[in-house]
Design a binder for this molecule. Structure first.
Ligand code: ZN
Length: 503
């Protein structure tokens, strides 16, 4: 076969894997958005069968043959940019699984899904000991898988790299240290301020149908393309991509806490805009998805915090909210509304945390994960260490595991290394905003006058369209001229919160 023929055949092979992935995503979306209960167990088997097929194809002899040919240095120069990156990604996946015995991996997948249902029970009963043996086995598997890859030093880096390619503990340590030094004094000033926002009206009742109409309106205003997506209701909001022409979001209508619905919807909408704007040239390749969890989260947080919690955004949309409501907010001023939606205080639950204290929740998890994989921490010690870290970083401690170490699904799901990407995405988002401001100093006016599309165009130009063609740090460098830098986030938070709390 000529190189060209090999490339074509390889790309068709990958295209089939992508088609399987789209079918898996559709089945998952259906299961999560209201498939009949009686069909769930059979459907799970279908997903299992398809996932198994994807896994086998990614490490098959056929794949190995393609990779052997296409990674040869004499061939590499002849490859176009897209194919070269695809090959690099295929190689990475291949190497990751190559040495894991199939039986062991299967056992791990089963354990993981068992652990998630045990977690639900353990969380309801607030009983960490029930989950502990499962978590111990998951951590053992993870440790073993890393060893199979031949990694001896800094094992946790292997896990970080899964979610944020190129990320290391050295980078995270530096960013988090500085972030903590910057955030903690702001949190202290916020807590000490005599000028606390009034937030009672945020719990005024807003019926689900009105709330839904308002969310649909905002998503449209933010540029979400309903011809390439849809909004449904689920307990936990999420975004799921089938292909750039079908990027779906969900939300949860909380009639007595409407802003958590609104901000949650804007957040998922931010993820969706990223995926809807990926270049159509990448459809059918393995690069047709956001490049990393961190860059993804930078897009959702950009919309949730830098747009959705900004005064400029509500200067435009607050009067509309009043129209969707029936008098509940008529006596509330824009200024009071803005202060209320930015209220901040240390709290126990990460997903309910405000934008100022959020990164501290991530640091608690990061320290623990790093010690589990690089140090001597054992699973049995997690609840105690968790509580100590909460006390140290946020100044408060849960009195049960449900509101402590058991709150997140990530660990029972085997997702160690994932958390840091949330905080890192936030750091990136502030960097992107800074870069946009250089080109568009009228950022606030653009937002308040409804010209968000100018900003989205910048994001598409520098981030969205590339999908995974560029790696996360490449995106960041090309768009902002530097690597991860927490200073922009710190100065944004310091500026914003000193105004809101008058210090
Ligand atoms: Zn998100």
């Amino acid at each position: 076969m000529t190189v060209e023929e090999t490339v074509n055949s390889y790309r068709q092979y990958v295209k089939k894997i992508m088609d399987f992935n789209e079918a898996i995503a559709l089945a998952e979306w259906d299961m999560r958005t209201g498939a009949p209960v009686k069909g769930i167990s059979q459907r799970s088997e279908v997903v299992g069968t398809l996932s198994d097929e994807v896994f086998k194809r990614s490490i098959s002899d056929e794949m190995k043959t393609y990779l052997d040919v296409l990674t040869d240095s004499s061939v590499q120069d002849k490859l176009d940019r897209v194919t070269r990156r695809m090959v690099e990604e295929s190689r990475k996946t291949f190497n990751r699984f190559e040495h894991i015995p199939a039986e062991e991996y299967k056992a791990y997948v089963i354990l993981q899904s068992e652990a998630q249902s045990v977690w639900q029970e353990a969380k309801a009963k607030s009983d960490f000991r029930q989950l502990q043996p499962y978590l111990e086995k998951i951590v053992d598997f993870k440790r073993k898988f890393i060893e199979y890859q031949g990694v001896k030093e800094n094992k946790y880096n292997t896990l970080l790299d899964l979610y944020e390619p190129g990320l290391t503990t050295e980078i995270v340590d530096g960013v988090f240290k500085r972030l903590r030094e910057g955030i903690v004094p702001i949190v202290q000033s916020v807590c000490a301020s005599k000028d606390q926002p009034e937030t009672g009206f945020l719990h005024n009742h807003l019926p689900a149908d009105k709330l839904k109409a308002f969310c649909l309106h905002l998503l449209k205003e933010n540029g979400y393309d309903f011809n390439a997506g849809r909004l449904d209701e689920t307990e936990h909001p999420f975004e799921i991509t089938l292909n750039p022409g079908d990027v779906r979001v969900t939300t949860n209508y909380q009639e007595d806490d409407f802003m958590s619905t609104v901000l949650g919807t804007i957040h998922e909408g931010g993820h969706a805009l990223y995926e809807q704007h990926i270049s159509r040239e990448l459809v059918g390749t393995s690069l047709c998805e956001g490049t990393s969890m961190g860059i993804h989260e930078s897009q959702s947080l950009f919309f949730e915090n830098f747009i959705g919690r900004s005064k400029a955004y509500w200067a435009l949309h607050f009067s509309e909210l009043k129209k969707f409501a029936s008098g509940q907010f008529d006596s509330v001023s824009l200024d009071d509304f803005y202060r209320a939606i930015n209220v901040s205080h240390p709290s126990l639950i990460r997903t309910l945390a405000d934008e100022l204290t959020y990164p501290l929740h991530i640091m608690v998890r990061y320290d623990i994960e790093k010690e589990l994989f690089n140090g001597n921490l054992e699973v049995s010690e997690l609840p105690g260490v968790w509580n100590d870290k909460m006390k140290e970083y946020l100044g408060i401690m849960p009195d049960n595991d449900r509101e402590g170490v058991l709150q997140d699904i990530h660990w029972p799901g085997g997702d160690f290394g994932y958390f840091p990407s949330y905080a890192l995405g936030y750091v990136y988002a502030a960097q992107f905003k800074h870069a946009i401001l250089k080109e568009h100093p009228d950022f606030d006016t653009l937002v308040s006058e409804g010209h968000l599309s100018v900003i989205t165009k910048w994001l598409t130009m520098h981030i969205h369209r590339f999908g995974s063609l560029k790696k996360p740090f490449e995106i960041l460098h090309d768009a902002t001229g530097e690597g991860p830098n927490p200073e922009y986030l710190i100065s944004y938070l310091s500026d914003k919160y000193s105004r809101i709390y008058n210090f």
